[in-house]
Design a protein. Structure first.
Length: 94
């Protein structure tokens, strides 16, 4: 065995909890390549960085701040889900 393993998303991470019951509106789909999911998380975080930079110098920044918040939630869910996939692939059930 060469020590390498395929990591996929497990579909356990959710985001966008906005109702009174704290129920998520969205969830990461299982079976997506972990590499592709992390690549997407990186793209989302790049958008967050640009939006927060613009929000920092803008007077009317509510839309920018909320957009960055939602994108950050998505990126975090992807990273959390891939992390769970790594833990499972290494043999430790989460």
């Amino acid at each position: 065995m060469n020590g390498q393993f395929q990591v996929n998303t497990v579909g356990g991470a959710s985001f966008s909890k906005h109702n009174s019951l704290n129920q998520p509106l969205f969830k990461v789909c299982p079976g997506v390549s972990g590499e592709e999911a992390l690549e997407q998380a990186s793209v989302l975080m790049n958008c967050v960085n640009k939006l927060t930079q613009l929000a920092g110098v803008s007077e009317d920044n509510n839309a920018l701040v909320w957009a960055a918040h939602y994108l950050g939630e998505q990126a975090k869910a992807l990273v959390d889900d891939v992390t769970t996939g790594i833990q499972i692939a290494e043999g430790g059930q989460v």
